[in-house]
Design a protein around this ligand. Structure first.
Ligand code: SF4
Ligand code: SF4
Length: 281
């Protein structure tokens, strides 16, 4: 490995936790990056940040310059899913990670800016990862915010702290609108991997039922991995999820772009998750 890429792209709508972290803790992120570089025995590090966060680009560039390190900040085009590992590596280094391979196969390690901050805290303060910055957003919550919460905090306690639920709440999602999971109860905890909790109102979600695939091909155009989500969906509906490997089901990182563009509102990511389960079995 020769390059560390820090992910500050934060491309999914609504989520701003990494953005706030870069604005408020730039020195800790740079220090965390230097610790990772030392562990890996390399010196090349790029921090990828989407160009819709000019303040974060400025703050991180200044922090790297003041530190005197060789760490470079790289503004990235605003597009989804810019922050996914393989897309980020290509945007930052120009290298393409082959199908089913890990970033290490092209000499790259990717870490999130928040992880760099957590590594700083662990090494410098001896602090384990027992709290997280989580974006709480959507029209269904009284006061949207980025909160630093303890891992294990109940979602219902966060709701109480932020002024309660608002009329018209339609869906609660753990994670972003593209990659998150809907939950049916507020009695669930924040975990180490929770980046956001969204409280979406009626006008923020589409509850229309899905229909048959009309073979428009939009999902193929939208897929950043060049997969065939429509075929996977059709196979799953036919009870043949285990036969979807030729369509690239295991290369899918569940970005949700295919489902977002589908005019038939087909739940393609859910189909893909089901196909993965069946194929693995
Ligand atoms: S976008 Fe939807 S309707 Fe169009 S081909 Fe893909 S799955 Fe079928
Ligand atoms: S979720 Fe859809 S668009 Fe995203 S990688 Fe998987 S198949 Fe492709």
């Amino acid at each position: 490995m020769d390059t560390l890429v820090l992910n500050g792209a934060e491309c999914e709508p609504y989520i701003t936790a990494d953005h706030r972290m870069m604005l408020e803790k730039p020195d800790e992120i740079i220090e965390g990056a230097k610790i990772i570089l030392k562990i890996l025995g390399i010196s090349e590090c790029h921090i990828g940040i989407e160009s819709n966060k000019p303040d974060a680009i400025e703050v991180m560039t200044r922090a790297a310059a003041e530190d005197g390190s060789s760490i470079k900040v790289q503004p990235l085009q605003v597009k989804y899913p810019q922050g996914s590992e393989k897309q980020l590596i290509q945007a930052v280094t120009g290298r393409k990670v082959p199908s089913m391979a890990l970033p290490a196969s092209v000499g790259v390690v990717v870490q999130n800016v928040n992880t760099a901050k957590a590594i700083h805290d662990a090494v410098v303060y001896g602090k384990p990862l027992y709290e997280k910055v989580v974006t709480i957003s959507g029209k269904g919550i009284g006061r949207p915010a980025n909160l630093q919460v303890k891992v294990g905090t109940r979602v219902s306690d966060i709701v109480d702290y932020l002024g309660g639920l608002q009329p018209g709440l339609s869906k609660v999602i753990m994670g972003g609108p593209m990659m998150g999971f809907a939950v049916s109860s507020l009695n669930v905890p924040v975990t180490k991997t929770t980046s956001a909790i969204l409280f979406l109102a009626d006008d923020e979600v589409d509850t229309n039922p899905h229909s048959q695939c009309i073979r428009c091909g939009w999902c193929l155009d939208a897929c950043p991995m060049g997969l065939e989500p429509k075929e996977i969906g059709i196979y799953v509906e036919a009870g043949r999820g285990e036969d979807t490997e030729p369509f690239g089901v295991f290369d899918c990182f569940e970005c949700g772009s295919c489902a977002y563009v589908c005019p038939a509102k087909r739940p393609l990511v859910q189909f893909i998750r089901m196909a993965k389960m069946k194929a693995r079995k």
